[in-house]
Design a binder for this molecule. Structure first.
Ligand code: ADP
Length: 492
């Protein structure tokens, strides 16, 4: 801070911070931003695909997360660069709208940025690059529709859905139990799906984790899980056709409040007071029983004395049931109290994320059953189509369109590299096979199955998921390219 005087001799203060802004303009700004975006994408690249690596992240308070889910990795990474934050948002949008493909979308954006950098170095204006990318993304988007297939399944024959969810789970840490978890996910989705209207409300499915036990213990419970014990250990653990009273008021004998002065100077008076209290509570219990309740779910607590009385009056109860669980309780009719537990916290969180992905895949297929084949085959096919279309554009855009085609190749290359294959050789072999055999289902045989026809391997992704990846990645890269002035407070 410095003190200065204006022309009339009045003092004013110059704040140092104002002088300390750093500013990047023009090409320097774009280059710096591209570098930041690429850095984030590079981290996720090794996590892509069935042989992708996991990341271990530690939060400031020491909590450890192990995952290969793109959205989660980025969420937990403490980035403070604004462009890196955009990439985090990118992954989050894909997660929000589709629920899958969160790693792929960032890798794609990173590849687009890398190609853009080369074009900028060759002197092509960023706006032209952005325009070319936009054109190319539309070509790819439409091409995906052309190569899409219909995925057939029905409520009665859920096997195809289960196999699809297994594909999603195969790249996760929980792949040991992929069959049972996929079955659980599909059954859960079908239980809440409206197949006529092709609608699924995932809010009706709750994924809960409990510490202790094994992954194999995961089970689907039709109904609502209220993570609470009965208020008294001797109350019944199972109630058929329960009639539930849901109480929003405290459920206990009234207590003399300290504010009121009650003169009790004899034993008799004390006993009368106690009896009155008990009668009051007894009446409450009776009212519940009168309306036919066989179980009381209470939003608030009640003390041991009340608990004891409830036990005596044969009215099982659960206390401190809050929030959504409590709202949902209005809809159930059978009650079953059982002990569930599994894994350690880290494993549980990853399992929950994986199940969420599987749920999203099943939901997306019910909403729209168009699919494209995976293992990078769709990207290779789009790359060929975009490359071919580039020639039709006489202007500078064609460079950007070609660059877009090259960026699409980054996905199969990353899949190959992560599986220990030679990326460039594998890609060119598969690409020429696609052209020669006119088969757009050829992809990267990551698991060394012996065929690279993804139709045979049953590896596919939803059409809307893949289209969304391309659209979102293009939008973010266009946004980054259009920034030519970065003003930020400098570090001191
Ligand atoms: P994301 O978070 O983007 O879904 P994943 O790590 O799940 O990332 O990897 C998805 C990519 O891996 C997709 O391109 C998909 O087609 C590919 N993939 C998944 N399973 C296989 C497989 N068995 N063989 C080849 N590619 C696969």
């Amino acid at each position: 801070m410095a003190l200065a005087f204006d022309e009339f001799g009045r003092p004013f203060i110059i704040l140092r911070e104002q002088e300390q802004k750093t500013r990047l303009r023009g090409l320097d700004a774009q280059k710096a931003n591209i570098a930041a975006g690429k850095a984030v994408a590079r981290i996720l690249r090794t996590s892509l695909g069935p042989k992708g690596m996991d990341k271990m992240l530690q939060s400031p308070d020491g909590e450890v997360t192990i995952t290969n889910d793109g959205a989660t990795i980025l969420e937990q990474m403490d980035v403070d660069n604004q462009i890196a934050k955009l990439m985090v948002e990118l992954s989050r949008s894909q997660d929000y709208e589709i629920g899958d493909g969160t790693t792929g979308v960032v890798v794609m954006a990173g590849a687009l940025l890398e190609q853009a950098q080369k074009l900028l170095e060759r002197g092509i204006h960023p706006i032209r690059v952005a325009e070319g990318y936009e054109l190319a993304s539309r070509i790819a988007f439409e091409h995906l529709e052309r190569i899409a297939h219909k995925f057939e399944f029905s409520g009665a024959d859920a096997e195809p859905l289960i196999r699809t969810c297994m594909t999603t789970l195969s790249s996760k840490i929980v792949n040991r139990c992929k069959r049972s978890l996929a079955e659980i996910a599909v059954k859960a989705v079908l239980a809440v799906a409206d197949l006529e209207r092709r609608d699924v409300n995932l809010d009706l499915i709750k994924v809960e984790g409990k510490v202790g036990g094994k992954l194999e213990d995961t089970e689907l419970i039709y109904g609502i899980v209220v993570d609470k014990d009965m208020s008294h250990p001797q109350m019944p653990k199972q109630i058929e056709d329960a009639h539930i009273a849901i109480l929003t008021c405290p459920f206990e004998p009234p207590k003399p409040k300290t504010k009121h002065k009650v003169d009790i100077d004899t034993v008799e008076k004390f006993q009368t007071l106690r009896q009155q209290e008990q009668k009051y509570f007894d009446d409450m219990v009776q009212k519940c029983k009168d309306v036919g309740a066989t179980l009381v779910i209470c939003q608030w607590g009640f003390d041991d004395e009340a608990n004891h009385l409830l036990m005596h009056r044969n009215l099982p109860a659960v206390r401190w049931v809050g929030g959504v669980e409590w709202e949902n309780c209005a809809q159930i009719s059978g009650v079953d109290n059982r002990k569930i537990g599994q894994g350690n916290k880290m494993m549980i969180e990853e399992t929950k994320r994986s199940i969420h992905d599987a749920l999203c895949v099943a939901r997306n297929l019910i909403r729209n059953n168009s699919i494209v084949y995976g293992g990078g085959s769709a990207e290779i096919s789009c790359s060929i189509a975009v490359e071919a279309a580039a020639d039709k554009y006489p202007g500078v855009e064609q460079y950007a369109i070609r660059a877009f085609a090259d960026a699409l190749d980054a996905i199969p290359m990353a899949l190959a590299e992560n599986s220990g294959l030679q990326p460039i050789e594998t890609l060119s072999a598969v690409k020429s096979q696609q052209i020669k055999e006119n088969n757009n289902c050829c992809g990267i045989d990551c698991n060394d199955v012996g065929t690279n026809d993804m139709r045979e391997q049953n590896v596919f992704e939803t059409l809307i998921g893949k289209q969304q990846q391309i659209l979102l990645a293009t939008q973010v890269v266009k946004m980054i390219l259009k920034i030519d002035d970065v003003i930020s407070p400098s570090e001191y």
